[in-house]
Write a protein that binds this ligand. Structure first.
Ligand code: ADP
Ligand code: MG
Ligand code: ZN
Length: 718
């Protein structure tokens, strides 16, 4: 597995959950995996495709996705092809020939093909290693991209009873998950749900005041970075694109009003780095795997968090830092509400309204953006400070707002909890409106009680009270403000309330600190990026398929100027080394020649993947292992006592060591041997245990290598 990972894909380590998924596939079990966009789902079936006998059939919904994936696999030296309506009869029969000669590791097809009996007959006569269903939420009517032809997959496991099936998606609520598993009839699948945390994304919300100049300001700071700007309407897409082009920015539009040809052309130009920016409605995104999207801007309020998470998720698939910026203006709320009001079904209408409110909350609350997003998907985010959102990075000051809160709530209470935000603020601010005169609200005691402060301040108070659930919004179409129990307590002076006053961060530090991200040689990056683009044009593939930004960044840290050095870079496998190694080493050598002062750092082994929440959840059983280890039992003895495999016990000890618990490492492994293994990790420049065991020629086993790895990890942290 590790060997294939390095040789074919060029990676030193797996991303979270990839290893477990692949192991299950290799054991011929059905798998259902939910991983966020950029989590690395393709590798989960492409790697087994290389290792298993026969062809892996991948079901994928869109022609453009299929083509990119096949191109990427071929660039990695795999034999891959697709079958879909874009092929000529000749091309089609060439693929069938390859398939029948057992010459394909990967075959991508659209789901429709499963409805063709002749195709099924062909497949039945061939050695198939695996069926992989990508974007599996398309099977579910509850999923957002439902595709009726995906339903033809329901016979898959009956027609091919001996072939494992895996399904992958980035979005599956428990309801969708159940639906997918039953529709494809997976056979007690191994279910993997990865964390939805995208730690390389920086989330930020800004008040929308002068959108165009705000966007220009951002683009100036992020010159030449590819990015997506989302807008709600075609018209606003059109106008913003025109504005940007006028300003000399290379931007193209994308929306459902354009002809399919133009849409494809624009998408392709963006994908191939010919256009830097795409301005789009949410119609854009699904058909694109571009890994080097460096930012996603929402110029309008998203109508729900699911969509927002998905759209921002298109940034930074390569794992490098990327920005997600939302411009929030309250004027967007009634626009979305107008559309929600058109929904005929009352239940659906109120669900949509609820979702909109959550989206407003996300944008207006002084709560870590990441925490809010993850909590929306039912995930608990334990970190106090995520280190990569405007709230966590900003200057936040706590202020007592009890008196102002009482003013607002008194206005709400004295008008019978019948009015919305705007009217309440008008009362507090002492506005002279027709409505106030008609309702005689200028006679109530609170009228004008807050006229010494700006309306903006009162809006902040209302937001804060909503955020802390002292008041709530009630009623779908024209929501009114009502007091909660907590609000009543505050109004009656039984409880105080504090608000977070946030100073907007003036300038975000260029590289925010998330472990594993290092500064790199930017001038060299620009040179390598130009080279990558030239090679991409020659080979007729998107640039990110040649090397990802992450791979280029690594080159700009370690300056590999020989092929031996080049192969140690993550993302450089055997085939790419052969194809592009020389071009890139030459360019790097030339750069070093003209910059003789550059000192090349020693190469450290790559970071150990952080533990996933699932590992943490096993607390109870790990504690039992801990207790037994404290009693002085060896690994074997603990395994026997607990009736568990020694590898499981090692796994427990590994987590305990990593968590900094006092495990007597010397008793588990002889110090001299520990030293030897430590040296091997450094010499082999890897964090994988496979190469260590192999290199040791039988003197070191996996368990020992794993324990030492965890131990090094803790030492490095100190
Ligand atoms: P998904 O389909 O889950 O959105 P992809 O399969 O498109 O994600 O992978 C996203 C990016 O991550 C690709 O550029 C891929 O090469 C990269 N990637 C996948 N696995 C790894 C890994 N183990 N190490 C480094 N990069 C990886
Ligand atoms: Mg994918
Ligand atoms: Zn945060």
């Amino acid at each position: 597995m590790y060997d294939t990972l390095k040789k074919v894909f060029g990676f030193q380590s797996f991303r979270p959950n990839q290893e477990a998924i692949i192991k299950n596939i290799l054991e011929k079990k059905d798998v259902f995996a939910v991983m966020p966009t950029g989590g690395g789902k393709s590798l989960c079936y492409q790697l087994p495709a290389r290792m298993m006998k026969g062809t892996t059939v991948v079901i994928s919904p869109l022609i453009s996705l299929m083509k990119d994936q096949v191109d990427a696999a071929i660039e990695n030296g795999m034999s891959a092809a697709f079958l879909n309506s874009s092929l000529s009869t000749q091309e089609m029969s060439a693929v069938f020939k390859q398939l029948k000669e057992n010459d394909l590791e990967l075959l991508y097809i659209a789901p429709e093909r499963f409805a063709m009996p002749s195709f099924l007959e062909t497949l039945k006569s061939l050695p198939i290693s695996l069926f992989a269903i990508d974007e599996a939420h398309c099977v579910s009517e509850w999923g957002h991209d439902f595709r009726p032809d995906y339903l033809s997959l329901s016979n898959l496991t009956q027609t091919f009873p001996h072939i494992p099936v895996s399904a992958f998606t980035a979005t599956a609520t428990p309801k969708v998950q159940k639906d997918i598993i039953s529709k494809i009839r997976l056979r007690s699948p191994h279910i993997i749900r990865a964390s939805f945390n995208r730690q390389n994304l920086f989330y930020q919300v800004k008040s929308k005041i002068g959108l165009e100049s705000q966007i220009m300001e951002f683009l100036k700071e992020h010159a030449d970075e590819p990015g997506i700007i989302y807008r709600t309407t075609r018209d606003s897409v059109f106008r913003l694109t025109e504005f940007l082009v006028d300003q000399g920015i290379s931007a193209l539009p994308y929306h459902a009003g354009l002809s399919p040809e133009e849409r494809n052309r624009n998408q392709e130009a963006f994908s191939r780095d010919r256009a830097t920016i795409i301005v789009a409605t949410i119609a854009f995104g699904m058909g694109i795997d571009k890994s080097n999207v460096r930012f996603v801007i929402h110029a309008d309020l998203p109508k729900n968090i699911e969509g927002y998470y998905q759209e921002t998720g298109r940034a930074g698939r390569d794992g490098e830092t990327a920005n997600c910026l939302l411009f929030f203006g309250r004027q967007d709320i009634p626009k979305i509400r107008y559309f929600i009001d058109q929904i005929p079904n009352e239940n659906e209408r109120s669900i949509s309204m609820d979702k909109l409110n959550k989206s407003v909350k996300y944008a207006s609350h002084n709560v870590c953006r990441r925490r809010q997003l993850l909590e929306y998907f039912g995930e608990n985010y334990a970190e106090e400070n995520c280190g990569a959102c405007d709230i966590c990075m900003g200057n936040v000051e706590k202020v007592d707002i009890t008196i102002d809160a009482q003013i607002v709530m008194s206005a709400i209470s004295r008008t019978g909890q019948y009015f919305g935000t705007k009217h309440i603020i008008d009362i507090v601010a002492g506005a002279d409106t027709k409505r106030i005169r008609e309702l005689q609200h200028n006679e109530i005691k609170t009228y004008g009680a807050g006229k010494h402060k700006e309306k903006k301040h009162w809006q902040f108070i209302v937001d804060e009270l909503l955020a802390q659930e002292a008041i709530a919004q009630d009623g779908g179409q024209y929501p009114v403000l009502v007091l909660t129990k907590k609000g009543t307590d505050i109004l009656l002076g039984r409880e105080g309330i504090e608000g977070l006053k946030r100073e907007e961060i003036k300038k975000k530090p260029k590289a925010f600190k998330v472990s594993g991200f290092e500064p790199y040689d930017e001038p060299l990056f620009d040179k390598l990026r130009v080279l990558r683009k030239r090679l991409a044009e020659e080979h007729k593939v998107p640039p990110y398929i040649i090397f990802s930004d992450m791979t280029l960044h690594e080159m700009c840290i370690y300056y590999p100027s020989t092929l031996e050095d080049m192969i140690t870079i993550s993302g450089v496998g055997d085939t790419k080394l052969e194809r592009y190694g020389t071009d890139f080493t030459k360019e790097i050598k030339a750069h070093l020649d003209v910059n003789p002062d550059i000192s090349i750092p020693e190469r450290k082994p790559v970071a150990i993947p952080v533990s996933t929440p699932q590992q943490k959840a096993k607390g109870g059983t790990i504690e039992k292992t801990y207790d037994l280890s404290k009693e002085g039992l060896s690994i074997k003895e603990i395994a026997k006592a607990r009736n568990l495999a020694t590898s499981t016990i090692t796994g427990h000890l590994e987590s305990l060591i990593k968590d900094g618990r006092d495990i007597a490492i010397d008793r588990l492994i002889d110090p001299a041997k520990r030293n030897t293994i430590e040296e091997m990790f450094v010499a082999l420049k890897t964090w994988n245990t496979g190469p260590i065991v192999e290199h040791s020629k039988g003197t070191v086993n996996y368990d020992e290598a794993k324990l030492v790895r965890a131990w090094i990890y803790v030492q490095q942290k100190v």
